[in-house]
Write a protein that binds this ligand. Sequence first.
Ligand code: ADP
Ligand code: MG
Length: 334
Amino acid sequence: MIVRPTPLLEVNALKKHYPLNKGLFGGDKGAVYALDGVSFTLDKGETLSIVGESGCGKSTLGKTILRLVDPTDGEVFLDGERIDNLPASKLRDMRRRVQVVFQDPFSSLNPRQKVRDIIAEPIVNFGLAKGSELTDRIAALMDKVRLPRDAMNRFPHEFSGGQRQRIGIARALAPGSDLIVCDEAVSALDVSVKAQIVNLLSDLQDELGLALLFISHDLAIVEHLTHRVAVMYLGKIVEIADRRTLFGSPHHPYTRALLSAVPVPNPDPLLRKRRVILKGDVPSPINPPSGCRFHTRCPFVMDRCRSEEPMLRPVEGNVRQMSACHLDGVPEHG
Ligand SMILES: Nc1ncnc2c1ncn2[C@@H]1O[C@H](COP(=O)(O)OP(=O)(O)O)[C@@H](O)[C@H]1O
Ligand SMILES: [Mg+2]
């Protein structure tokens, strides 16, 4: 019998519904089904990327795991310990171990704090070091994210976007975290700077055994750093696979549509033939389509897709690739 080690993070049927304001006469106005039953695991030292168009629930997933918002239903385990239902007073250890880097370092770094104080804050808050030990620790973190040490005494506005993101990463590493949720952490950066930050994250991962939940709408960036990819559509995962499988033989028509939109210099003729062009916008998560949520935009839609919701299941028995689609084979033409 193969005994699998406990994953660092396990997310089980996680939901977040934002209730809409009750009407003037108290009528129930329903909810935004932002996250609607998402499950996956993430191992220590692994990167799982969460991709999908804007509004599909990626940030809600991150925020729910981080307990910046409370889940509506489902479970989250960190090292086998349930964390989704911990009372606020017991969240401290989870908050130390699970950190976040957001897209916009401008709004997430306090403009009135010097870099050293920004990085010191989590170390001091969690009572991990003080005095000269604190200073040494900050200096070591500056080295890790490749910022000059004299940057410690400057303010965030004195830095470029890429450098500010390095400060944000140093702060996220500071309390000795095991998992960093990167929510569009490189999306606002110029192409060359993006690549530098992606390289930094993968170096840090190798060095520290960090796990990354890398949220991005940009598939091209994800390909350079991820081990696995989960594709989300309207609050659900429609496909999850290891990187090579997902980029090389995507199964779900939505995944293929996202990949068709990624510019590639010399597309494989087979892949070119299998291009799927997306039409229209993502439907509203307030009234998601019946059956398969993608059926309103899917070029391969069949009758059963409108009524029967496809479950996430292994593609041709390959447990490393799961897809939620009623199609058995992959049609050649889009
Ligand atoms: N606090 C909130 N209240 C109501 N609806 C929200 C809230 N936050 C996000 N949403 C809605 O939930 C859906 C998913 O949003 P989000 O998780 O930010 O998507 P993504 O990060 O993939 O762009 C969107 O329709 C968004 O408008
Ligand atoms: Mg988002």
